[in-house]
Design a protein around this ligand. Structure first.
Ligand SMILES: Nc1ncnc2c1ncn2[C@@H]1O[C@H](COP(=O)(O)OP(=O)(O)OP(=O)(O)O)[C@@H](O)[C@H]1O
Ligand SMILES: [Mg+2]
Length: 447
């Protein structure tokens, strides 16, 4: 083997990562433990050991990918494997291939559709949504005899993927056919990385100086904090209620975030005499044509009387060509198509920051201690994605894009209601601000 390739010796945690046998192995927790190094090295070792291996190494964005992997791999594999920059592929002498990719937008994972990778490495796995992870898992298969397909993940706590990484690897709450023996977790600690500690003794001090929640996440690798979470006040215990028979006189309405490639979410709400809102049903579908969604809404609604349905204002933009293929008329808007299919719509108030603030008011406890909004447990996608919303790093008042279709539908719904409370809404309670780390200090966080 090339001398360069052998430079560096794995620390004990990295060695454990190299030896891991599970179908899914995550190496995560604190910053700086040597996770990215181990991921790169593991894939290179596998490429050398497996003629014809087809491996994929992913990061969320291209600049991260370049800095964290392309540049170091070019250095490490110089004269050993050929790099095709256009395809972003390293080709090894034994026919093994290591492709480097990224998934910037929510739908970028679908570029890997139909492809087959024996091994997939997801760097900073918590930056990926559960949906992206699930899709990538479908590309992880092999036709090689005696080779077990597998996925490797590296991660720090926080971000949009925090919940699924924590569920699978930390809490080990398995569901729907997930097998416990398929998931292994190796905790990372900065103290494991003697190379870094020797080269940059200040690094640990910088981690220690972080605001408390970030310090717990990044220095101690604590998964119970969720840095950057938008609705910290959300609690399954407080915001999910036992389903009950809704009195027929309660006003009912619906709200919808329209999507075709992205999921389309429709929520049904009922309001009691005190103005409390109960979200009692959801429809969450992907790639379903407007007329079918309308049919589904009517079927689910049955005989219930619905006062109104608020929906994404962009449904009133004319999209004739798209609609023609859906049986619509030239120039007809999606909203008109819904109306024709028996679901008349009203454009929702799409003021984002005010809308999220309204959601916050409804999440807050009222005078009797109970929040003004609760959902029935069946609203699974809403309850899964609401706590995953993150602060937008560019606009600190807003939530970042992510899998936000159900929260958006909730926002539209609550914006059609009066203010959550007569009293001044309490400001968002945040004990820390993950994006307010001074720039010179934040630099080292962006690895
Ligand atoms: N076994 C090793 N031998 C030599 N250098 C190493 C080794 N492990 C890690 N390093 C070096 O230590 C530094 C930090 O490692 P790395 O970037 O892999 O950490 P990380 O856990 O991915 O950090 P982060 O949480 O910030 O992403 C890098 O410069 C890396 O090259
Ligand atoms: Mg890293």
């Amino acid at each position: 083997m090339h001398a360069l390739l052998l430079s560096g010796t794995p620390n004990p945690r990295q060695a454990e990562f190299f030896r891991a046998q599970a179908r899914h192995t995550a190496y995560g927790g604190a910053r700086g433990g040597g996770k990215s190094w181990a991921m790169r090295r593991k894939l290179v070792l596998l490429a050398f050991a497996t003629p014809g291996l087809n491996a994929l190494l992913l990061r969320r964005t291209l600049p991260e990918l370049r800095e964290n992997h392309v540049v170091p791999l070019l250095r490490e594999l110089h004269g050993v494997a050929d790099y095709n920059a256009a395809e972003r592929v390293f080709r090894f002498p034994n026919g093994a291939r290591l492709r480097l990719g990224y998934c910037d937008g929510a739908n970028d994972v679908y570029q890997y559709q139909g492809q087959e990778y024996d091994v997939i490495g997801m760097e900073e796995a918590t930056h990926f949504t559960e949906e992206q992870m699930r899709f990538l898992t479908t590309c992880n298969r092999t036709v090689k005899p005696n080779f077990r397909p597998r996925m490797y993940y590296t991660c720090n706590p926080g971000n949009v993927g925090h919940a699924w990484v924590k569920r699978l690897f930390i809490d080990r709450r398995f569901q729907n056919g997930e097998r416990p023996e398929d998931y292994a977790f190796i905790p990372a600690r900065v103290w494991d990385n003697k190379v870094l500690l020797a080269a940059d003794p200040d690094y640990v001090r910088q981690l220690e100086a972080l605001p408390e929640d970030l310090r717990r996440a990044h220095l101690e690798g604590d998964w119970d904090v969720h840095a950057g979470q938008y609705f910290r006040e959300f609690s399954r215990a407080k915001h999910i209620c036992e389903p009950f028979e809704l009195p027929s006189w309660w006003r009912r309405f619906r709200s919808m975030d329209w999507g075709y490639n992205d999921p389309c979410c429709v929520l049904w709400h009922a309001v009691d005499g005190d103005g409390r809102v109960y979200t009692y049903r959801e429809l969450y579908v992907r790639r379903m044509q407007a007329s079918e969604v309308a049919r589904e809404i009517r079927a689910l609604t049955g005989e219930e009387h619905i006062a109104y349905t608020v929906a994404s204002p962009d449904m009133w933009q004319r999209r004739g060509a798209v609609l023609k293929s859906e049986g619509g008329f030239e120039g007809e808007s999606i909203a008109e198509l819904f109306a024709r299919a028996g679901v008349p719509l009203t454009p929702a108030d799409n003021a984002r920051v005010a809308g999220w603030q309204r959601v916050r008011e409804y999440l807050a406890p009222a005078d009797d201690g109970k929040p003004l909004w609760q959902a029935f447990p069946d609203c699974a996608n809403l309850l899964r994605t609401l706590p995953l919303l993150m602060f937008d790093s560019h606009n600190r008042e807003d939530a970042a894009d992510g899998e936000d279709h159900a929260p958006e539908a909730l926002r539209y719904g609550l914006m059609s209601r009066p203010h959550g409370s007569k009293r001044e809404a309490a400001p968002a309670r945040r004990r820390y601000d993950p994006f307010s780390v001074p720039k010179q200090r934040a630099g080292f966080l962006e690895t």
